[in-house]
Design a protein around this ligand. Sequence first.
Ligand SMILES: *Cc1c(COP(=O)(O)O)cnc(C)c1O
Length: 427
Amino acid sequence: MKFISTTPNEERVSFRTAVLNGLTENGALYFPEEIPQLPSSFFENIENLSDHEIAFRALKPYVKEDLSDEDLQWILEDAINFATPVEHIKKDTYVLELFHGPTESFKDVGARFMSRCLSRFEKKSDKEITILVATSGDTGSAVASGFFDVDGVNVKILFPKDKVSPYQERQMTSLGKNIKAIEVDGTFDDCQRMVKQAFNDSELRKQVELTSANSINLARLLPQMIYYFLAYKQMKKNLDGKSLVVSIPSGNLGNASAGILAKHMGLPIKRFIAAHNANDTFTDYLKTGEYKAKPSVLTFSNAMDVGNPSNYERLAHLYNKDLKAMSGHISAATISDEETVQEMKDTIKETGYLLDPHGAVGKLALERSLESDEVGIFVETAHPNKFQDIIVKAVPDHVIKETSLDGFHKLSMDNNYDQLRKILLEE
Ligand SMILES: *Cc1c(COP(=O)(O)O)cnc(C)c1O
């Protein structure tokens, strides 16, 4: 299996090269040249397969040139060592909980998978690898935890000052060692732009072996398919002839792209909903057919405060910008902060389930769209404890568990690429 650029050029590379490069030579994203199909017998029999076997079958076609069966098995068992359960909420509404990993968001899946891939790739030079990521919160904590103390890997995390929750900031800055968290006096989009600029800086890249660990990286994206297969395995018995719909709280659309990719491999999910907050670039795109990036705005669901979703490029490539075909598989919704908090209040009152603000966006978008012949899952992308400030707005008497993390290892910089360049060259 080879990977090509979403902006077509001559490049055709293996999984390993795509992962180490992060972005393509022409500054676009890697995408599988063709999408492998799983046979219908796989889905007919899925409830009899172990979770690791399902994950193995889904990922093997993508990685087999660079990872042996034993390596892939080890990576999956070591990286995905926590549950991704589907729980019943009410009637035809279920939740897929993706917060049972060490930093309590779905990003643990991709970050842990990627760090273990890097450790199993054949070394072609002795140079240390620098992982450079921009984060709106959870990527930073997942990458910090997933790559902590990995030999030969330095991690630099850019996060927007005062725009991540204190809990998230502690998770990123408490580790030290090979993990450097850098607060930027700017927005998430500024952080993401500077990361892109560093990757396009050929002089810098001669001196520093840069790799991205953002959701643009294939090693983050591909393993995120796994939990949609596992969700189907768990849901199959509840469908009763109805079709399955999945609502995904979305920012950069990485999680949604992974779901769509799984669907194209044959997974029987009828359609997806990209549930957005006020950052409605993708909602507008599906309405108008015109993609217009916007400045990001701050909301209660801060991990989705993205004005220029990077994985839009992958969806546009996959559907060849055919809006009708894309809309058949994925719709979008925009949910306001007021609606988010109201949904958290209503849900705990009605069902006893405590939503995090991202999950609340996903649930409301699902319930507004679900038809009578459909069963819906919304994704809980992070644990509510990560968003204390917002939880108390909805559920004032909720007690948040204290985190034991302390100690701060944090650098600060202006919204200025030259400063970032200097930091990267220092080590
Ligand atoms: C990162 C994140 C999202 C957005 O995921 P994308 O793949 O960027 O669309 C949603 N919710 C939470 C809690 C996140 O951390």
